[in-house]
Design a protein around this ligand. Structure first.
Ligand code: FES
Ligand code: FES
Length: 152
């Protein structure tokens, strides 16, 4: 079955079983490797995508549910996005495995709440696990990105 949706601003159409999970279709059919499968049960956040403005676990959503919707991954950001700069400046990256989903989630947080408190940051990132334990530096990065402001 053909499933059409918007991916990072571009219309796409994939031929697949609608019951396949969005995670495997985004990676396998669409070449979006920044969404990463780890737990497969909605607990770790490495597979995060944004669907119609809402952060969503791509390991739990059948791709058929994306039909006609707007999907974004970290690839939608420009390389000079303040959130990316802030993660680098704050030295918030070790192995990097969690980082695409972290950056995407932080970008969404700052769009909704440009100056989050520590508690608000912790709440927003509660669904994103960093197995390297970079949480303190990631929080620093969020404050740094907030100080830089949203891109125009
Ligand atoms: S792989 Fe989707 S939440 Fe862990
Ligand atoms: S930087 Fe390694 S999992 Fe987060």
């Amino acid at each position: 079955m053909k499933i059409a949706f918007e991916l990072n601003g571009t219309p796409v159409e994939v031929e697949t079983d609608p019951a396949n999970m969005a995670l495997s279709v985004l990676r396998g059919e669409c070449g979006i490797t920044s969404v990463r499968g780890t737990c497969g049960i909605g607990l770790c956040g490495t597979c995060t995508m944004i669907v119609d403005g809402k952060t969503t676990a791509s390991c739990l959503m059948p791709v058929g549910a994306l039909a006609g919707r707007r999907v974004e991954t970290v690839d939608v950001l420009n390389e000079d996005d303040p959130v990316i700069d802030a993660f680098i400046e704050a030295n918030a990256v070790q192995c990097g495995f969690c980082i695409p989903a972290m950056v995407l989630t932080v970008r969404k947080l700052l769009e909704d709440n440009p100056k989050p408190t520590d508690d608000e940051i912790d709440m927003a990132l509660a669904g994103n696990i960093c197995r390297c334990g970079c949480y303190a530096k990631i929080r620093d990065a969020v404050h740094l990105a907030a100080a830089k402001g949203n891109p125009a």
